[in-house]
Design a protein around this ligand. Structure first.
Ligand code: PMT
Length: 401
């Protein structure tokens, strides 16, 4: 996944240094070539030998080390990196970088590198909320430095609060995201996600098992690849991915209104939402009382938002989903043609590891030019990127029409 990627991992002093060991393990396992720079303080917590063994490269710590300078000096380290990661980063090192102080190998390399810099802070909660620290972080963010925010929890100093180094897996994800190509820069992508709710009365509704995870994964990935992202979301318990503009809706008709309001701004629309095909003919104003042994609910058809988009005179690149329990390819191909889509993601939702309310999915991608691609079981984040790879590769050809 990170094959041929050169990462410089800067490690500063703090109890969380042990997590940097795990991060290094994840990076090398993913194929990255990692050079480690440790400050003196970091070496008080874990010896360089641990990092050297796991990275298969000597650990750098001295600014003026003649042998290292000949082989791979700090400028060379800075030049060669695709990404410079500092984890854990103390308030001290962040303060130095924010103020242009370069008095050791790590800060000198940070100053010299042209690579993106990703910082994972770890410190006491009072330091983290100190206005001086906040100003330093804000300044670096404005300058384009990337941050992986610390977590809340019990801190080594005995305090409780924000300041705990993010989990190695979280930092790893942020690294992978920072290295991803920004091939959707300049595009506005609308993604729909989650279920819709069709109210029966003030306390009951018709809905489905969609958790929103598939759509949110696409929205987050599109944002990481540089797009402006509008996420039209039915009710879910999910947090908005960083930088994504969310529009919350309840019913299919709310979703239709939101989608049609924003469609003119978009070059791509991806409809991962599980929209209710029918709604109650009438929504009762009062709670329906329990009376007869049987009750009939009359349903009427909801608007088909995707079909409406497909039939627009000029429409964005359109990606639909097909949730099927049988005849996957046949039904999906029919939806692709009938709704005039550019591409459809067909998922078999009868399988317990794919589709609704799980973290994984497997899909068959069908395209309007008749081509097809199988995506075996993978995380929804991975599938999101596979879908976007296809969108990116097909967008320019379409613009030439
Ligand atoms: O949310 P998760 O728990 O992560 O689950 C993901 C998912 C299973 C919901 C997702 O992968 C998926 O398959 N979404 C589409 C579900 C669906 O409604 O499929 P469909 O075959 O009924 O609809 C076909 C397409 O038309 C879909 O893109 C749908 O958004 C769209 N549609 C459907 C009905 C309608 N009235 N308007 C629409 O726009």
């Amino acid at each position: 996944m990170l094959k041929d990627t050169r990462i410089v991992l800067g490690v500063t002093g703090g109890i969380a240094v042990y997590k940097a060991v795990e991060l290094l393990r994840l990076l090398t396992k993913a194929g990255a070539c990692v050079h480690v720079i440790m400050t003196r303080a970091a070496q008080e917590f874990v010896t360089p030998l641990t990092f050297q063994t796991l990275s298969s490269h000597p650990v750098h710590s001295e600014l003026f080390n003649l042998i290292a300078e000949q082989e791979i000096g700090h400028i060379s380290l800075a030049d060669r990196a695709n990404l410079f990661v500092i984890a854990p980063a103390t308030a001290n090192v962040i303060g130095k970088i924010a103020n242009g102080i370069a008095d050791d190998l790590l800060t000198t390399t940070a100053m010299a590198t042209k690579a993106p810099v990703l910082i994972a802070p770890a410190m006491n909660v009072n330091m983290y909320t100190n206005p001086i620290y906040r100003e330093n972080e804000e300044k670096l963010r404005r300058l384009g430095y990337l941050f992986v925010p610390p977590e809340k929890g019990a801190l080594a100093c005995g305090w409780e609060g924000e300041g705990k180094l993010a989990a190695p897996e979280t930092i790893f994800e942020a690294i992978a995201a920072a290295l991803r190509p920004r091939d959707l820069a300049g595009q506005t992508v609308m993604v729909t996600a989650g279920p819709t709710r069709e109210e029966i009365d003030p306390v009951r509704f018709i809905s489905n098992h969609s958790s929103g995870r598939m759509g949110y994964a696409i929205a987050g990935a599109a944002r990481q690849r540089g797009a402006r992202v509008i996420l039209v979301s039915g009710p879910t318990g999910l947090a908005v991915p960083a930088g994504v503009e969310r529009v919350c809706v309840e019913s299919a008709r709310d979703m239709q209104a939101a989608v049609m309001r924003h469609v003119k701004e978009c070059s791509v629309v991806i409809k991962a939402a599980a929209v209710a095909d029918y709604r109650p003919a009438e929504r009762k104003g009062d709670k329906i009382k329990k009376q007869a042994a049987e009750m009939t609910l009359t349903l009427v058809k909801n608007p088909d938002i995707l079909a409406e988009l497909g039939h627009l005179k000029k429409h964005p690149f359109l990606v639909g989903f097909a949730a099927e329990t049988s005849c996957l390819e046949e039904y999906a191909a029919r939806k692709l043609a009938e709704k005039k889509l550019d591409m459809i993601v067909a998922n078999d939702v009868s399988s317990c590891d794919a589709g609704f309310n799980v973290d994984t999915n497997r899909a068959l991608l069908l395209f309007k030019d008749g081509s097809r691609q199988d995506c075996p079981l993978m995380s929804k984040d991975e599938l999101a990127n596979r879908i976007l790879d296809e969108v990116v590769s097909r967008l320019p050809a379409r613009r030439n029409h």
